[in-house]
Design a protein around this ligand. Structure first.
Ligand code: SF4
Length: 221
């Protein structure tokens, strides 16, 4: 299978379970939604430059870095045709810890049976994203302890909606749950106060580390 790879690079993981650890990022072209706060719009353009790579090419490139945490991201990686073949290829190497960042709108069910499957980091797109209607709600009933649901919050209305979804699906008892601020839209202090007021013991605040370390608009980090 040929995948449209817009970039592969090594950096630190800025926003997941392994935040702060070195990771190789594989960014695939294209996305099926348009969030109001997207910071990778350039990767969604129909004419974005990409390198055609097979699953074997991608695996070899990952190994060349000598780094075992891998993040498959986009865009939206689950719209790439044959993505299961890439997941299966990477799952054969038990040294790798593979995360897939997905926007929550595409069913993850077809991939849950893969042996040594990747960990999914599912966004729940809140009202501030402008695309909440696209969410595949089944995903939030299916995620398991190895998975993560992330709520990227723009304002206090988003925090309230996140709380509803956490409670409705008992997410804090079933998987990792993160609240993360949209860069520049909401003060993280408000989020901390909300977490304390609502006794969100199973939830963590997460800041996008790479935006503190580098220019927030810098690519390839
Ligand atoms: S889902 Fe992700 S890549 Fe797609 S528009 Fe939203 S933020 Fe951007």
């Amino acid at each position: 299978m040929i995948f449209r790879v817009v970039e592969i690079f090594a950096s630190i993981n800025g926003e997941s379970r392994r935040a702060g650890a070195p990771a190789v990022f594989v960014r695939l072209a294209g996305c099926n939604v348009r969030c109001t706060y997207c910071d990778t719009l350039w990767a969604l353009e129909p004419n974005v430059a990409f390198t055609p790579m097979t699953e074997d090419d991608i695996y070899d490139k990952i190994l060349s870095y000598g780094i075992t945490n891998v993040t498959i991201t986009g865009g939206e990686p689950l719209i790439s045709k044959g993505i299961d073949l890439l997941f299966k290829k990477l799952s054969e190497d038990e040294r790798l810890y593979v995360e897939v960042e997905t926007n929550g709108s595409i069913p993850i069910k077809p991939y849950l049976g893969i042996k040594n499957r990747p960990s999914f980091t599912l966004d729940y797109k809140l009202p501030g994203s402008g695309v909440e209607r696209t969410m595949c709600m089944e995903n939030f009933a299916l995620c398991e302890s190895m998975d993560t649901v992330k709520f990227v919050c723009s304002d206090e209305a988003d925090l309230q909606r996140a709380l509803e979804i956490i409670r409705q699906y008992h997410l804090d008892e079933r998987c990792a749950v993160y609240l993360s601020p949209v860069w520049g839209r909401i003060n993280p202090q408000i989020m901390v106060e909300f977490m304390l007021e609502n006794r969100l013991n199973g939830v963590k605040l997460q800041l996008q580390l790479h935006k503190f370390i580098w220019d927030p608009d810098k690519r390839g980090v």
